[in-house]
Design a binder for this molecule. Structure first.
Ligand code: 3AM
Length: 513
């Protein structure tokens, strides 16, 4: 007999619907006919269940996790075996996974993201106290119930199987999108590894995307070992320095820099929550619930900050509060955060910033002439510094002379990286210029001239305003590799020659589901 929907498992649990499936197990919604309630049941795949030693460990692990009783951990209710297939019965959480939430909504409101991170950290802390390391912290393993409460699941189960090399047949055990450097290197891991993964989850909630992409899971894992995380503040300028410092410290590759306990992380996140709530003058939804659970002293500190708003002003208050926390976080020199981070164009809800390599921007100056438009400066539109810009050459008489214009283009990458961008954000200090945005597909390189039919017009900026400009793009869902800002109208010249100066460029696409 095969176990499937309709099966009465262990004479008690009727499998109603398959709600998920992973490399090792299948999850069903089921009805507990004894207690007459809905439960979730995780059934191990039969081929994995054939190893008796692993079976025993699986049971042991289930028992250990069952002892964890915590508001932010999905409760284990029962475990058993039917037809030689081990299963675990969990409380049924009606809602969605955190991964689905981020994919559906894009980046989350800052206070909500911090609130979830606090809940997950508290759950991990309860496990760590009992020497249970999760080892597979990822938003797919965080369920958000209908009240917006986060609950962590899948504790330790991955470890049992992984330790025994059951994936030697090449099956991908899971994602390495959140893997800690030490785990990626195959070293022994402890609670600090979970903290790193949670830091990546927090990053994803704030940015709307994971930090590293790669051709395969190994490439991504290697990036966790070797590459610096993109700067959250650059990707989302409204993030306070204190919060950015927490992300830095949680995701530090060096273990002596990373938080050593979830308690420390929770304490800093709670401080950040009060600051961010103060900055925004509100706490909403999920953040409110966490807020209520903060220690009384902290709550009154937050109230004090909020209450004094009329005297010192919200902005100043936020700056002061942020500096206090930064000072606190910076003790021991374990953060690389300064206060000089550059603000960049924020990303709207439902959209994701497209990650670009540091050298993704190139100048575009078709003949005649030197065919150079300050190529040495193009990287400056992608660095986080608002004081560094790429400038066109100076043009007099309000025209580009013998050509229609000049520009700068962004290369989002080859192959799978091509995107259907929805917006081009830019920041300029020279208002009054105009441009069209053209896109070209992945080929042997960008078309050499602007008139090449390979370029397709996808947007226009009639007149740039000082500061941030947003150019909506319509690609009709087509994915392109190159996006060219083709400047055709010069700004008014103050002294003889006019030039366009751009300090930041940023592409966005619709958040993917
Ligand atoms: O496949 P999706 O992401 O829709 O929500 C979990 C996930 O759904 C669900 O099973 C899928 C694979 O993990 N799931 C896991 N544990 C659950 C639980 N205790 C659960 N759904 C409800 N209650």
């Amino acid at each position: 007999m095969t176990i499937d929907v309709g099966t009465l498992l262990a004479d008690r649990y009727r499998l109603e619907a398959q709600i998920g499936s992973g490399g090792m197990s299948t999850v069903y919604r089921a009805f507990d006919t004894v207690l007459e309630r809905t439960v979730a049941i995780k059934l191990m795949h039969r081929n994995l269940a054939e190893h008796s030693e692993q079976l025993e460990r699986f049971g042991r692990e289930a028992r250990a996790v069952a002892r964890l009783n915590h508001p932010h951990i999905v409760q284990v209710i029962d475990a058993g075996e039917d037809e030689d297939t081990p299963f675990i019965v969990f409380e049924h959480v009606k809602g969605e996974t955190l991964k689905e939430r981020v994919q559906r909504a894009g980046r989350l409101p800052v206070t909500e993201a911090v609130a979830y991170a606090i809940e997950i950290a508290r759950a991990l802390g309860a496990a760590h106290e009992r020497n249970i390391v999760h080892r597979d912290v990822k938003p797919q393993n965080v369920l958000i119930n209908e009240e917006g409460v986060a609950k962590v699941t899948d504790f330790g189960i991955a470890r049992t199987l992984e330790e025994h090399g059951l994936t030697a047949d090449g099956r991908v055990l899971g994602t390495t999108d959140y893997v800690s450097p030490e785990q990626a290197m195959g070293h022994d891991v402890d609670g600090q590894s979970d903290i790193y993964s949670l830091g990546i989850v927090l990053y994803e909630m704030l940015v709307g995307d994971i930090p590293f992409h790669g051709e395969n899971q190994i490439a991504v894992a290697m990036k966790h070992v070797r590459e610096e995380l993109p700067d959250v503040q650059r990707l989302r300028p409204s993030i306070g320095t204190a919060l950015a410092a927490v992300v830095d410290r949680a995701t530090a590759k060096a273990l002596d820099v990373r938080y050593t306990s979830t308690d420390e992380l929770v304490a800093d996140l709670e401080d950040v929550l009060t600051i961010e709530a103060g900055r925004r003058g509100e706490t909403t939804g999920e953040a409110t619930a966490v807020f209520r659970s903060l220690p009384q002293a902290q709550r009154s500190r937050a109230n004090l900050r909020l209450g004094r708003r009329t005297v010192v002003g919200v902005a100043l208050l936020a700056v002061v509060a942020a500096l206090v926390v930064v000072g606190f976080l910076a003790t021991g020199d374990n953060t690389r955060r300064g206060t000089g981070q550059a603000p960049r164009t924020p990303v709207a809800q439902g959209e994701q910033a497209i990650k670009l390599a540091q050298d993704a921007a190139s100048d575009y100056d078709p003949p005649p002439g030197d065919q150079k438009e300050h190529p040495e400066e193009t990287f400056r539109v992608l660095d986080a510094d608002p004081n560094s810009s790429w400038d066109t050459e100076g043009y007099s008489g309000g025209t580009f002379g013998a050509k229609q214009g000049v520009g700068i283009y962004l290369d989002v990458g080859a192959g799978d990286r091509t995107v259907a961008a929805t917006k081009l954000d830019l920041t300029t200090s020279t208002p009054g210029w105009g441009a069209t945005v053209l896109a070209a597909a992945d080929g042997s390189g960008p078309p050499a001239t602007r008139d090449d039919p390979g370029w397709v017009e996808v947007g226009t900026l009639d007149t740039a305003t000082e500061g941030d400009d947003v150019v909506p793009l319509s690609t009709g869902g087509k994915r392109y590799r190159y996006y060219l800002l083709w400047i055709t109208k010069l700004p008014p010249a103050t002294t003889g020659r006019a030039k366009v100066s751009i300090s930041a460029m940023n592409l966005q696409r619709a958040a993917t589901r």
